[in-house]
Design a protein around this ligand. Structure first.
Ligand code: NAD
Ligand code: TYD
Length: 360
């Protein structure tokens, strides 16, 4: 049994699918059950993992990671051999509008989880104690922003977070590090680049552009559109986590990147061309909808991951190119309108108004 926080969200949800679908090095799949511990905020959607909840292989506990009683009860009831910690407030623009929730969930929440997990782990029988793992999922944004000629982020790059989101994730990373160093708590940390793929909440660039395009709405590009992200297909990230869980050295950090540095404007035009091919507009091309809007405050210019360590020590490398990954992603959004309808609530529309009304 493993316990996964935030697995009703984008990456955690994909992780649950990947967990049951992947084949290991002996060609075997697993039926080891998972407990999903998730508050179900606006970003959490049980429909993402409905098939596994219905089959009984996944169990959902709807609770907050800052609620220590609830965390303790979940650990003692389900007795996991590992905790995978995905739960977080994850959207930079939301952190600019309201940083408090980010500090509370990402820092206080990670602290609460670490405290309860440390107590639980400390009381395990020796063999189970030795096998226990706490894997913390973090972001490359903790390293700050790169210039065009700077070397990509490695595990030894100094932390320099620039947004309330990345600062709160940096704080959580430091707590995880300290719990290993001070208490010997068996941690692993992964810092990954921008993920994309199925079940991505349409507040982030790629799903927002796909859905706006299909509705003939403007495709908002912040600033000059030349910011660079290192795009990682979500299933490649999930596989990296599976492998780090098994092969990672305790206390270590592994950077996970897609080796896909792309400018935002090129991401948007690639999506437009894919839609031109798969779902042509009645008149004109999707690129006609591109609209440059006011920039994000403090917008990081470039992120790029140097994946040498995870390739060398773990043997992981991404399998998707941006071309193959975006192809799968666009097709998924065209084929999964029922899922899309469930996430576009009134609260989602309110967010679009809040974020984009002042950017014209
Ligand atoms: P997401 O916003 O899609 O999902 C977050 C999930 O956490 C949701 O299901 C939500 O309900 C849950 N959650 C939020 N607050 C909670 C709380 N207090 N208690 C319990 N559950 C709570 O996020 P994501 O994109 O899936 O990101 C997962 C993790 O990966 C995060 O830690 C994020 O910082 C990290 N990450 C994401 C990306 C990316 O490109 N999406 C890149 C690097 C790192
Ligand atoms: P996003 O998906 O929010 O991820 P992150 O901020 O964590 O990198 O944004 C990806 C890039 O796209 C980032 O440089 C901001 C930019 N962006 C836009 O240009 N327009 C948008 O509407 C959004 C949401 C993002």
């Amino acid at each position: 049994m493993i316990l996964i926080t935030g697995a009703a969200g984008f990456i955690g949800g994909n992780f649950v699918h990947h967990w049951f679908e992947r084949l290991d090095s002996q060609g075997l799949s697993t039926d080891e059950p998972v407990v999903v511990y998730d508050k179900l905020t606006y970003a959490g959607n049980p429909n993402t993992i409905a098939a596994h909840l219905q089959s009984g292989r996944a169990t959902l506990i709807q609770a907050d990671i800052t609620d220590r009683d609830a965390v303790r009860e979940a650990l003692h009831t389900h007795r996991p051999r590992a905790i995978l910690h995905f739960a977080a407030e994850s959207h930079v623009d939301r952190s600019i509008h309201g940083p408090g929730e980010f500090i509370h969930t990402n820092m206080v929440g990670t602290f609460s989880l670490l405290e309860e997990a440390r107590t639980y782990w400390g009381a395990l029988p020796e063999a189970e104690k030795a096998a226990f793992r706490f894997l913390h999922v973090s972001t490359d944004e903790v390293y700050g922003s790169l210039g065009d000629d700077d070397a990509a982020f490695s595990e030894t790059t100094a932390y320099a977070p620039n947004s309330p989101y990345s600062a709160s994730k940096a704080g959580s990373d430091h707590l995880v590090r300290a719990y290993h160093h001070t208490y010997g708590f068996p941690t692993l940390t992964t810092n990954c680049s921008n993920n994309y793929g199925p079940y991505h909440f349409p507040e982030k660039l790629i799903p927002l552009v796909i859905l706006n395009a299909l509705e003939g709405k403007p495709l908002p590009v912040y600033g000059d559109g030349l910011n660079i992200r290192d795009w990682l297909y979500v299933r490649d990230h999930c596989e990296a986590i599976c492998q780090v869980l098994v092969k990672g050295t305790l206390g270590e950090v592994y950077n996970v990147g897609g080796i896909n540095e792309i400018r935002n404007i090129d991401v948007v035009t690639t999506i437009c061309r894919k839609l031109d091919e798969l779902r042509p507009r009645e008149s004109g091309r999707y690129e006609d909808l591109i609209t440059y809007v006011k920039d994000r405050p403090g917008h990081d210019r470039r992120y790029a991951i140097d994946p040498t360590k995870i390739q060398r020590d773990i043997g992981w490398a991404p399998s998707e190119t941006f071309e193959s990954g975006i192809n799968k992603t666009v097709r998924w959004y065209l084929d999964n309108t029922a899922w899309i309808d469930t996430v576009r609530s009134g609260a989602y529309r309110d967010w679009l108004t809040q974020n984009y009304a002042g950017r014209a």
